[in-house]
Design a protein around this ligand. Structure first.
Ligand code: ADP
Length: 553
């Protein structure tokens, strides 16, 4: 064997600026602005800006933030709907080596206050519509950040809080500012607080390297190609919009910003701009498929009539898409990709990678396959289903329940200022997702529950998702969540909360009887309640609230 360390040997070759650069999403904007300066970068209502204009605005923003004293490692917070300002912040803050903290727009004052304090934000960019909770949050801070108001003609009941508007800030910036992106790709890029379905929010820290990789991971996994027209139906504050601000920029696409995610706005944008890609939770799909019955002509006009293979493509996560939803999306003509992830893995890190041979299967079978979460992204190293105590991998039998673990380059740096939580999340060299699933013989993972959602009745595990799937098969059911209800005899029993389709009717007895066709006796819900399900701003059903309710029944 050759001595790799001899002069010029394999391991003696030098790493220099000629052959090594820190991975950072900052480089995507630079390239796209240089190569495609005149292509449309951003659309927002009637506004449209090219990549050259967007690049200049981002440089102005970065230099103006520098002027406010923001340097490498400082936190820049922003709270705004999916507007051009939120996109620009994603592209500009990293130019300085600053850490972007995008906040959920539906948070209450107390949580905003906690996050701004915990993240030590130096500057807060805030949309003028959100002044209510933000004002209250700022009042509770010992060291409040510099506040900049993002004005917007479409803001409802706007009010100013800061000393300067966003446009004033930009006008004082330098359009040729070069910035100082970090030399070390492991430096922090962004801070994303978990949305709190699992207790108090934790600040998940992303690195430049991880975001760079997952931005490209999206492009490769979804075979996106150049110049996508990407509609912002997924909140950009959620896991940095699953890294799509950087993906779409790298591909010289067009970001179609959307202040309010509603069916009309979605359909208008798709029609007006020729949207090719969008992402969102099942709630967004429900908005879209509702048109099939309510405005079938419009649905056909907006989504149909494109050349084969040129239709709209959607990525969905947050919950497995139920079979009827998959069928309706097919009817609408939208190609659906199911992904799975968490804030801790930069958004989507697992995909139900579609094998074209499955196209020929009957609809029900296709839906069953598509509801599985799947296999890791090519940029994530590994995933396993294993016993959470022994970390012994589960057999690939589609039955043995275990916790899902991941490791690799799109796993967070850790939780900000929470060393114990970070250590626990990474114990044994794997990231513990807290999700429970099975591994199928073909290597695809299927989630059965979150650890804390599993129902244990008479010592038997009941997957809340299985019970939910059975209920979804009833034609009157629009949405359902099943949680554990404490029970003296059984320990816990499944309790279902159900939202019915408009105009549909069903009774508790009827739904329990319906479950008889699909579930064993112990799995059937013992109580069914009809009500609107509480959801987070990202469309996730808040089972924690329902669990509390079930306790009190
Ligand atoms: P939070 O944990 O704050 O609610 P996250 O986006 O990090 O916000 O939530 C990630 C969780 O969402 C996962 O742990 C999993 O339980 C659930 N989830 C995400 N995608 C899917 C999916 N495709 N199928 C089933 N559950 C999913």
């Amino acid at each position: 064997m050759a001595d790799g360390r001899q002069p010029g040997g394999y391991e003696d070759l030098p790493q220099t600026p000629a052959n090594f650069a820190a991975l950072s999403p900052v480089s995507f904007l630079k390239r796209t602005a240089a190569v495609f300066p005149d292509r449309v970068a951003v659309r927002y209502g009637d506004l449209s800006r090219t990549w050259a204009e967007t690049d200049a605005r981002c440089r102005r923003l970065a230099s103006a933030l520098r002027g406010l004293g923001v340097g490498p490692g400082d936190t820049v917070a922003i709270i705004a709907p999916n507007t051009p300002a939120l996109l620009e912040a994603h592209l500009a803050a990293p130019m300085l080596g600053a850490v972007l903290n995008a906040l959920n727009t539906r948070l209450d004052a107390r949580t905003i206050c906690y996050i701004l304090g915990h993240g030590e934000a130096k500057v807060l960019l805030t949309d003028v519509e959100l002044h209510g909770p933000v004002r209250e949050a700022l009042a509770g801070l010992e060291n409040p950040p510099v506040v900049i108001d993002i004005e917007d003609a479409d803001a409802v009941d706007p009010a100013r809080l800061g000393r300067m508007t966003y446009e004033e800030l930009l006008s004082g910036g330098d359009a040729r500012f070069e910035g100082t992106p970090p030399e070390d790709e492991w430096r922090a890029l962004s801070l994303n607080y978990t949305s709190g379905t699992t207790g108090e929010p934790k600040g998940v820290v992303y690195s430049h390297r991880g975001a760079y990789l997952n931005a490209l991971g999206n492009a490769v996994t979804w075979s996106m190609g150049q110049f996508p027209i990407y509609l912002w139906t997924l909140p950009m504050f959620h896991c940095n919009g699953w890294c799509f601000p950087w993906t779409v920029t790298a591909l010289a696409g067009t970001h179609v910003c959307l202040r309010r995610v509603e069916r009309d706005a979605i359909f208008d944008a798709v029609e007006r701009y020729g949207v090719t890609h969008l992402c969102g939770a099942p709630i967004v799909m429900a908005m879209m498929t509702g048109a099939l019955t309510e405005e079938p002509e419009r649905a056909r006009r907006v989504f149909g009539g494109r050349a084969p293979g040129a239709g709209v493509r959607m990525m969905t996560a947050a919950a497995p898409p139920p079979a009827p939803v998959i069928a309706k999306m097919e009817e609408l003509g939208v190609d659906l990709t199911h992904v799975y992830g968490l804030t801790e893995v930069y958004g989507p890190a697992v995909v139900c990678d579609w094998n074209p041979e499955w196209d020929a299967l009957p609809a029900e079978e296709r839906a069953r396959i598509k509801a599985r979460q799947g296999v890791p992204y090519p940029v994530q190293e590994a995933m396993m289903v294993a016993d959470p105590d022994t970390m012994e991998p589960a057999p690939a039998d589609g039955e043995t329940l275990g916790e899902i673990f991941m490791r690799g380059n799109i796993t967070m740096k850790g939780y900000l200022k929470r060393p114990e939580a970070t250590e626990a999340a990474f114990a044994g060299g794997w990231f513990h997702t807290g999700d429970l699933g099975v591994l199928h013989p073909d290597g695809y993972v299927e989630i059965r529950d979150r650890s804390k959602d599993i129902i244990i009745s008479g010592g038997e595990n009941i997957s809340s998702i299985e019970v939910e799937n059975a209920l979804y098969k009833h034609p009157a059911v629009a949405a359902v969540a099943v949680v554990a209800r404490p029970d003296e005899k059984w320990g816990e029993t499944p309790c279902a909360f159900v939202e019915l389709n408009e105009g549909a009717a069903a009774t508790e007895e009827e739904l329990i009887a319906h479950c008889r066709e699909h579930l064993a006796g112990f799995q059937r819900p013992k109580s069914v309640l009809f009500e609107t399900l509480p959801k987070t701003s990202t469309g996730k059903i808040q089972k924690n609230i329902l669990r509390e309710k079930a306790k009190g029944l």
